[in-house]
Write a protein that binds this ligand. Structure first.
Ligand code: ADE
Ligand code: ZN
Length: 346
């Protein structure tokens, strides 16, 4: 990684916003803004238990992951038709392009829709069409990662995989999300092994709220290529060494960690320590509509609170492309854009 010149503190927010970056941890249902939730509720005749946008937004006060997930699944219940999924992804991609995201790998939770009677085709075709249009119209590259809900069973994950396989050209990988505590990665070892045979990329949420043992198990039982969150790895020095040695990227989401009380304040976030230990950390937004910010808000607020400087920002942006699942040619093109952008800013 090259060293770059320091950036004056007053120019740092502009530097962070100007950096080309990849977003590798974004739940598309978590990008559903309250305004769009109400628009879709009206379109689909869904009655919401909130009077208006302000009342809904006021309910976004979370004490832990589960308290957030309850409201996140309620919000997603307005999604019914293919066009709804398209509109949601289109809104995110427009917002991401404005934050200089050149490439996004987007999680979606099909089980939260199919269990309400929505067709798998509506979910995947709507999201995929938005990705195709975004490449042509916004110049942003985007691909999809299907996440299994870990509070459901492995049998249900297998059934979901079967339903999605006719559309397998429209997603590049599988992940694991939802309620972490009590649902360790090894619960899904067989379905991940099958997905590996099928040639999908593999990721999993681990070590968000649950201990470091969940990260070991994501690596060893699921054989994932990246860990989503992973901030609890700090409890285990041997695990830190393993993650650093194997360059297993962590898709860290600071504002999410703050809002879900994984860290009491942003100033206490361990992003800088993870990077100092040689880990391939990246910065991402997780569920930006719920946690008060998109990817640049995560960068700007975290850097302001922790005092991290431009070299860390460059490393994070570089890591985001290195850890992405794009081919090597596209990767080196994005890294060239990063280096040119840094040189032009300085
Ligand atoms: N689904 C959406 N956001 C999530 C998070 N932060 N952790 C686990 N599952 C999620
Ligand atoms: Zn997440």
């Amino acid at each position: 990684m090259q060293s770059i010149k320091p950036v004056a503190p007053e120019r740092l927010p502009d530097f962070l916003r100007s950096l080309p970056k990849a977003e590798l941890h974004i739940h598309i249902e978590g990008s559903l803004e309250p305004e769009l939730i109400f628009t879709l509720a009206t379109r689909n005749g869904v009655k919401l238990p909130y009077a208006d946008v302000e009342t809904l937004r006021a309910a976004y006060a979370f004490s832990n992951l589960q308290s957030f997930l309850d409201i996140y699944y309620a919000g997603a219940s307005v999604l019914h038709q293919e066009q709804d999924f398209y509109d949601m992804a289109r809104a995110y991609l427009l917002r991401a392009a404005a934050d200089r995201v050149l490439h996004a790998e987007i999680f979606f939770d099909p089980q939260s829709h199919t269990e309400r009677g929505v067709a798998m085709e509506s979910v995947i075709n709507g999201l995929h069409r938005a990705c195709v249009d975004a490449r042509a119209e916004l110049g942003i590259s985007a691909s999809l990662i299907l996440c299994f809900l870990r509070h459901l069973s492995q049998e249900q994950a297998f059934a979901t995989l079967e339903q999605a396989l006719p559309l397998r050209d429209k997603f590049i990988g599988v992940g694991l999300d939802s309620s972490e505590l009590g649902h360790p990665p090894e619960k899904f070892a067989k379905v991940f092994a099958r997905c590996r045979e099928l040639g999908f990329h593999l990721v999993a949420h681990a070590g968000e709220e649950a201990p470091a043992s969940y990260i070991w198990s994501a690596l060893d039982a699921l054989k994932v290529e990246r860990i989503d969150h992973g901030v609890q790895c700090e409890q285990d020095a041997l695990l830190m060494q393993r993650l650093a040695r194997d360059r297993i990227a962590l898709t860290v989401c600071p504002l999410s960690n703050l809002k879900l009380r994984v860290f009491p304040t942003l100033a206490q976030h361990n992003l800088g320590r993870l990077l100092d230990a040689g880990l391939a950390a990246t910065v991402n937004s997780d569920d930006p509509a719920y946690f008060g910010g998109y990817i640049n808000d995560n960068f700007v607020q975290t850097f302001a609170a922790t005092g991290l400087g431009a070299q860390y920002a460059y490393t994070l942006a570089h890591n985001s492309f290195d850890a992405s699942f794009i081919d090597e040619g596209a990767k080196s093109g994005f890294l060239d854009q990063l280096n040119q952008s840094v040189a032009a800013f300085q």
